[in-house]
Design a protein around this ligand. Sequence first.
Ligand code: PLP
Length: 401
Amino acid sequence: MTIPNKNYANLKDSYLFYNISQKVKAYSAAHPDKRLYRLGIGDVSLPLPEVVIKALHEAVDEQANKDTFHGYMPECGAPFLRKTIATHYATHGVSINEDEVFVSSGASDELGDILDLFDKSNTALIMEPAYPAYVDANIMAGRIIIHLPSGIENGFLPEPPQNAKADIIYICSPNNPTGAVFDRKKLQKWVDFANENGSVIIFDAAYEAFIEDVVIPRSIFEIKGAKTCAIEICSLSKTAGFTGTRLGYTVIPKTLVRQNMNFNDMWVRNRTTKTNGVSYIIQKGAAAVFTPEGQKQIRDNISIYKNNAKMIMDALDKAGVWYTGGKNSPYVWMKVPDRFDSWGFFDYLLNETGIIGTPGAGFGGCGEGFFRFSAFGTPEDTKEAAKIMKELLIDLEVAHK
Ligand code: PLP
């Protein structure tokens, strides 16, 4: 008799985005003429940059010709792309070798797959609120999870705990959902903690391209000692609009060793067993992102999203509402007015204004009482929504006094 992985029975159903879509559907049916402002989405709204489209077309044409056709790609990534990514790291002062870069089909895939490298008995420390995949992937693997709470008192940037045996440590900076970013000093504490305890940090850098403050690290490998304790998982999804095109990369330093086992060697062994690599066409499109023209075009798109974030932040500033994120991140995380919980505020906002955000309670512990706005919507929607929201929040505050 086949025995299924019973850990799946321990997963909680995630109703967050389903519940949101049901509520929006009901609202639209009741108010067919009302405009909706979608500030809840985590997906991008701008198309791929022109340089990427051109490179994709050229790669498709290569596949049509016997002399330029490519079959299977190397499992760990095409050498041209591994080299390009390693060179890109050097532009923000990080020296890595191309064989420390692994090309993937996206950060989500890697966040799940990478757990193959860890024993089941390892604990996973997850700072909350968190991107839900961290918790679920570890529940599927049957691991003990240490939930590390965060809140306004630490700006949603918790410090290493005093007495926890944390083997795998998740850090997401800029964070989804809070938009909070770790500065160098705070990251150094985590790196020192990991090295002292023999832990491994899984650093999710999916939003690194949104960092504008030069003093904020874009990579964990900007921190002293990180090459002996960290794996970095990155993605072109939000950086370059690849959410539906799919490409990510993972950096595993050759110096990451535990109990005489080298994680880079293990990942080579894993990839050469479990994948036949990422499509040649997509890798060519990805390489175009790292050209000077590609970098300029992604910057232009990111600045549109950043401007959306600024409009939301300005509205909250004027209404005197506490928030974090926005500046180095596409997410703004606000405290909901005292009389609401996060779903109550969602309903109120939708019904009064047609604005759709994401209730913080959907991101696990400590999310209750907070609300996420995304800057990935259209500038037109965001501008109008920010204006409406500012007035609504000021009225709520006045009514409360
Ligand atoms: N990590 C974080 C924090 C995310 O928010 C997301 C997507 O929203 C991902 C990873 C997944 O990215 P990808 O599209 O590369 O799978």
